[in-house]
Design a protein around this ligand. Sequence first.
Ligand code: CA
Length: 234
Amino acid sequence: MKTLVFAVEDEEDIARLLRYHLEAGGHQVRVFHRSAGVLAEAEQSPPGLFLLDIMLPGGSGLDLCRQIRHSRQLSHVPVIFLTARGSEADRVTGLEIGGDDYITKPFSPRELIARVRAVLRRFERPLQPARISAGEIEIDSGAMSVVVRGAPVITTATEFRLLEYLARHAGQVFTRDQLLDAVWRDRQYVTERSVDVYIRKLREKVEREPESPVYLRTVRGAGYRFEVPKSARA
Ligand code: CA
């Protein structure tokens, strides 16, 4: 099945390249040169993936990503950032505000297609519908929703998969490596560091005290384990 990709890129040459290579890779592409209007169009016909340039006229790709994450229809659509700035800080910022991956410009067609494929592959396998009740956290895998202490929490597609996986296997210790295999699936462009970034982000969303987590526990020298604290058990 063809995936509809929304590519938001103001540089004509790069936009043309994106369209050319993505179409050659079997995808359907809609190109936008500015961020205005993208959200409304996407809510009308939701794409399977967003490719967002960061520096855009009239509103950055980071702002657009925030809006996507807050949209009921779009919050779980994966986002890949295109960035000319390849510093570690920018990558981490992109991941923290809701990106699922990033591609540094200039990119090779091969890298573009491989990364798009990797992200799509991560989300192609539907989650088994289940409701997981873990203390103060309610996870609905069918609806892809998380409710913490009665309030809905917005997560990215990857954050959701990671939380769901850990909660589904509560009590079990996973190494970063195992989590990468289970949640990211394609290991080519992610590092163990990515797992830590996502865990930190999830702790901010579900823990009362992210610095002293009681659900998403670090197991020193091993990895992570999801636990339901005694105080929160029914
Ligand atoms: Ca730009």
